[in-house]
Ligand binder design. Structure first.
Ligand SMILES: Cc1cc2nc3c(=O)[nH]c(=O)nc-3n(C[C@H](O)[C@H](O)[C@H](O)COP(=O)(O)O)c2cc1C
Length: 197
């Protein structure tokens, strides 16, 4: 079968979609939805988000150099969309969505969203100016998961988190497990334990 050229710039799918909560120095909080997010280092754990300078959140990120990555569950996806089409310049998105801000031990200003299943506290280490976006490279200072997500072995069961992915303008559910790291070479016994088959 042949391929057809698609003229749509940088297409990567699926990407995560996350709600980034941030703040100014007076603790005015905001949420911006971001799909251009990725892991960039393991020791120390680091990730990047790319934000255009027009965003209201941009000034907050530049000033406080901290933010929280809130994972998007199926329950939160409508709010994630809302926070990605409305600006904090005009409305308080925490209030408009009925979301609750909570303090994060590792950070001075940025709050987490209490309704998220998992969040990561991030502290900006490097800023790279690119032609359209600014890339904030941050160290992950703490990762938190809600208690209901843990299985009997103390592992986070991501199926329970019902996380959402993003594919070229659309949101998709991700809760179906297809395998696990190394499952292609795992023994029958491990497959049975981890996959139930
Ligand atoms: C699914 C989705 C993904 C988005 N990803 C990004 C992104 O990676 N970078 C970015 O600068 N804006 C992104 N946006 C747009 C911002 O979230 C949007 O402009 C938002 O209203 C900015 O809010 P603010 O002005 O309060 O900061 C995305 C929007 C949606 C809906």
């Amino acid at each position: 079968m042949s391929f057809t050229h698609i003229n749509i710039g940088s297409l990567l799918a699926p990407t995560p979609v996350v709600m980034i909560s941030c703040s100014d120095r007076d603790k005015n909080f905001n949420i911006i939805t971001i799909a251009w997010v990725g892991v960039v280092n393991s020791k120390p754990p680091m990730l990047s988000i790319s934000v255009t300078p027009e965003r209201y959140s941009y000034g907050m990120l530049m000033d406080t150099k901290e933010f929280v990555v809130n994972f998007v569950s199926e329950e939160l996806v409508k709010f994630a969309d809302f926070c990605g089409v409305k600006s904090g310049r005009e409305i308080n998105k925490f209030k408009a969505c009925g979301l609750t801000s909570i303090e994060v031990e590792e950070l001075k200003y940025a709050p987490a969203i209490d309704e998220t299943p998992i969040f990561m506290a991030c502290s900006v280490r490097e800023i790279i100016q690119l032609p359209s976006h600014t890339m904030f490279i941050a160290e992950v200072m703490g990762v938190y998961a809600k208690d209901y997500l843990f299985d009997e072995n103390g592992r986070v069961d991501f199926k329970k988190a019902k996380l959402v992915s993003y594919q070229h303008g659309e949101y998709y559910a991700t809760a179906e497990k297809l395998g696990f790291f190394g499952y292609s070479i795992a023994s029958e016994e491990v497959l049975k334990r981890r996959m139930g088959k």
